[in-house]
Design a binder for this molecule. Structure first.
Ligand SMILES: [Zn+2]
Length: 99
């Protein structure tokens, strides 16, 4: 018999969006509890271009960050209009690779 375990995280467990350069693996951490400022246009380490060849990605990333922030407010019942949700919002993640 094969069993499969599903792994979930709650919105409260999402702390930051991290951009990792595919060239040098340097990471830029964008905490969700801080104002999301301009994404780096290039890798701060190797200076590889991040966004010039993908101009719409900057706006899309900001939308994702704003959406997650808003959902976290609702999840924490900080949103006056939404009130108390009768469910939890969970995100399924891929299982960690086995060694
Ligand atoms: Zn880099």
């Amino acid at each position: 018999m094969t069993t499969q375990r599903k792994q979930f995280i709650s919105l409260g467990e999402i702390l930051a969006f991290v951009l990792e350069c595919k060239n040098c693996h340097a990471q830029t951490v964008n905490p969700l509890d801080e104002k999301f400022s301009q994404l780096p246009g290039k890798c701060p380490n190797c200076e590889r271009d991040f966004l010039k060849s993908h101009p719409s990605t900057d706006a899309k990333l900001k939308q994702i960050v704003d959406l997650v922030r808003e959902l976290k407010k609702v999840d924490k019942q900080e949103d006056e209009e939404a009130g108390h949700l009768p469910f939890l919002i969970l995100i399924e993640i891929a299982p960690a690779p086995q060694d």
